[in-house]
Design a protein around this ligand. Sequence first.
Ligand code: FAD
Ligand code: DHB
Length: 389
Amino acid sequence: MRTQVVIIGGGPSGLLLSQLLHRKGIDTVVLERKTRDYVLGRIRAGILEVGFVDLMREAGVGARLDRESHIHDGTVIAYEDQEFRIDFKEMTGSHVVVYGQTEVTRDLYDAREAMDGKVVFNAEGVTIHEADGDAPYVTYEKDGSTHRIDCEFIAGCDGFHGVSRQTIPLDVRREYEKLYPFGWLGVLSETPPVHDELIYSGSERGFALCSMRNENLSRYYVQCSLSDTPEDWSDDAFWTELKRRIPSKYAEALVTGASIEKSIAPLRSFVTEPMRWGRLFLCGDAAHIVPPTGAKGLNTAASDVHYLYNGLVQHYHDGDSHGIDTYSEKALARIWKAERFSWTTTNLLHRFPDQSEFDLKMQLADVNFLRDNVNAQKVFAENYIGLPY
Ligand code: FAD
Ligand code: DHB
């Protein structure tokens, strides 16, 4: 088989890139290791930047998103029993959009299917060959036989544990990583959200986040130990802990119910440089990870897709390779800023095992500065709604 761009990974980055390129007449094949249901079963991001929403519209998949998503003009920051609001609209004139990653992915799969896009599920042992030459190809196993796809470019959209990044030789690749000594335990429940905006809450017992998907679907997180498993947390234990970490006004109003999903994610900051090696381009979690405080993971994946998509269109339509030649540089410039925001927001609101009394005073001073200083709120809001592409 032959195509123009092989896309490894059928998560949001791979599907969005494939959908955008297809509409510009550029042929792609997506290779996904799992099944569609498996990918849709992963409950992850919930907050989209406007830049992401615009890209979904450009990909022709904005209709349901526009109908069913919710605009958020601000967020609540709480610390112990105090709270304040950051008004995105007032600070930046913009907002964020609440629409789950599951729904984004579902819309993209439906659109790929409707356009007869080639998506191969259960593609095992995907291997990249000769990405640093002029005739790259990708092989994979399916149904007991080996398949080969010759191509012009390869987009590595295969997440943090994928093969694409590992294909770049160690003497070319530079990795930067910070591991945090805790994780997030997330619960999805068919209950009304405790508040009409998100609540990011720091407390003596650790961080908590109250988020949502719609009027009757709530998403909550609590900071937990890295050694915890979801089975260690009964629903009761989760609700009790969440209530202890949010201001009493919300704890009293919280409607609890049975969890329909419960999972733990470790927190990590990670960046690999460069994001291009020959004809291979890395996109999304394959190249970088942020801790989830700040909701930047899926949104940085989308900005990579934006740069790569425009670069490939420029290459194929205008014969100009400037966009793909500057892809890594442009994508990384934006990513490092999202890394900074996610790292500072994590430090602002989590409890670290080795925090001294002095460290805690500094954390409180940071929170109070944000509460009292309109410029600090503006900086927070600009980062949260998403820096320009
Ligand atoms: P992935 O979603 O990881 O997709 C990669 C795909 O590649 C997968 O389907 C995988 O099966 C496939 N794959 C892997 N290896 C191979 C292989 N060898 N061959 C073929 N296929 C392969 N981000 C936000 O912006 N906002 C949020 O609110 C937010 N909240 C989050 C909450 C949690 C609990 C977590 C865990 C993450 C959150 N994120 C958030 C991050 C966001 O979910 C990720 O950044 C996003 O999924 C990245 O998309 P991706 O397509 O790059 O990678
Ligand atoms: C959600 C996740 C986040 O990491 C975040 O910062 C905001 C919302 C969510 O899953 O809804």
